[in-house]
Design a protein around this ligand. Sequence first.
Ligand code: PLP
Length: 401
Amino acid sequence: MEEIRTLIREHVDPKFTHVARNIPYGKQEIDYKDIAAVVEVLQSDFLTQGSRIAEFEKAFAEYIGARYAVAVSNGTAALHLAALALNVNESSNVITTPITFAASANCIRYCGGKVTFADIDPQTATLDINKVRALLEASPRGTYTGIIPVDYAGYPVNLEAFRKLADEYGLWIIEDACHAPGGYFIDSKGEKQFCGNGKLAELAIFSFHPVKHIACGEGGMITTNDPVLYDRLLLLRTHGITKDPEKLQENHGGWYYEMQYLGLNYRLTDFQAALGITQLKKADKGLARRREIARYYAEKFEGTNVDFSVAVNVEGHAYHLFVIKVKNRKQLYDKLRENHIYAQVHYIPVHTLPYYQGLGYQKGQYPLSEAFYEVCLSLPMYPSLTQEDLDFVIQTVLKYA
Ligand SMILES: Cc1ncc(COP(=O)(O)O)c(C=O)c1O
């Protein structure tokens, strides 16, 4: 193994982590320790269902402050399993935000449920709790089943307030924390509530897509404090199959298993989990750098016509994205691309996507989300963004905004 480590160290050219003047909006950071960890698993007996999964889950649960974590193949699978574990079905009606990746809503559709959107709070571009309350008050009790708030861009949604509302109406919460591992908000007692810590939502989900804080290529995690949901998730992740002698209805011998639910194969591989483990060790450092970049953007955009108010400077922001609002968004986007700066738009409101239009959702239904979409732009934000590139991005934005 030491030989491999040396080989990798020698072959990881520093230039490899910094492609000249191609500046994406988000990017993974892979070093030789990450590569060595993956190679080690590739040389072992188990590429999947080995020991790295449980190790990654334990480390992630500790990092987030939740009791249980279940690793899955991606964030979308995490959302789907979360919905299944909460028994979402044709009679479910779940509230979420239009300003998110489609998967936050799709997970309800996979289970045959109905999605109801509620507009955003324009200050944070996250689900507006007042709009959710208005929906609940305007409908007979029992109309809605759950809420999926999204920690958009890394802004930690106040789940204490959502929990209170959800309890009043008997709803569950899935926190879509894909943008916010390590993020937290300060609750009414002055305590830090880390995104996905299992105290305020039944389930929370994360993604390990390369643009996210922790990169596994593809990968996802579900966290919870509920042992019943945890057991159900473990079963659902592997076809609904168990070999646990205590759970079997019969037992024919060592080979025997039972499929007790209609589950899926949403497993993460061991080499992805190995990468997750080494990535997680750098997570705090990466988060600190993201916050530093955000402060620098804010400092440089202060007093200019670049509106960065949605990248709210709150303690605990995880800054997956640094989102600005500009009137000439398309022109700026194109100019940035000409300069090899690949800014991105997050998000096209989900209800305006053709699939959702086909289900009868109307353009104009959520005007604040639609207005936000017209002007938002996510600037480069990742730990390995160099000072030189950061300055170049800022100069180019100020030149064309
Ligand atoms: C808010 C949000 N939810 C869910 C997902 C889905 O995650 P994945 O791409 O890992 O399936 C993403 C990823 O883009 C996301 O940003």
